[in-house]
Design a protein around this ligand. Sequence first.
Ligand code: UDP
Length: 232
Amino acid sequence: MENLLYEGKAKKVYKTENPNEVIIYYKDDATAFNGVKKASISNKGILNNKITEILFTKLSEKGIPNHFIKRIDDRSQLCQKVDIVPLEFIVRNYIAGSMSKRLRIKEGTKPDNTIFEICYKKDELGDPLINDHHAVALELCTYEELHRMYSLTNEINEILKDIFDKEGIILVDFKIEFGKNNNGEILLADEISPDTSRLWDKKTLEKLDKDRFRRDLGSIEEAYIEILNRIN
Ligand code: UDP
């Protein structure tokens, strides 16, 4: 399609008549381990589109500036056009995944502090973990912008923890991305879904996120539906 601006692993971005707006289309494709493991998860695009709509709407209500404008249909949403800052902001409320592996800490350990990490979004390098000074040296953003993004990330974590906690879900960790709109404002962008977070049932500790795909646990669609139903 001629209006396609960009195609990623899980989403496509299309131009609209308005140069400041794009349509984001959610696919069913799933990848893990830097693209090595690939599959299609039925209805994932529909579920992540709706889950992201709900979470971004709640974040807007709490004053978090973000790119979301409205959901258009099952798989697409209208968003402000932004230039993505090539950084992934990761928040860990509990230790899991790569941090658990890298530092040999038992999954599910709860540190006394909240852990913030940044990774450089660069497929060829496998999105390496970097620090603030690397990000500035690579000219990905300024120290002021980093400060702003960390501050928003912290606020977003507090809001999301509360939303999930009320529904009996532990927000273990998540990844977010920011972009700059044509006014140079920094906005939360991309998505927040079970693809980009770890969500455990508070009572059973059952995983209700993409780890079901990464670890071949089955019932992936059911887990995403459970998340949508609880936050809806
Ligand atoms: N994450 C993501 N995209 C990435 C890397 C991580 O959405 O490219 C999310 C991941 O789903 C988890 C959190 O960020 O909720 C922390 O991921 P981790 O560093 O543990 O890496 P992973 O186990 O996903 O390799």
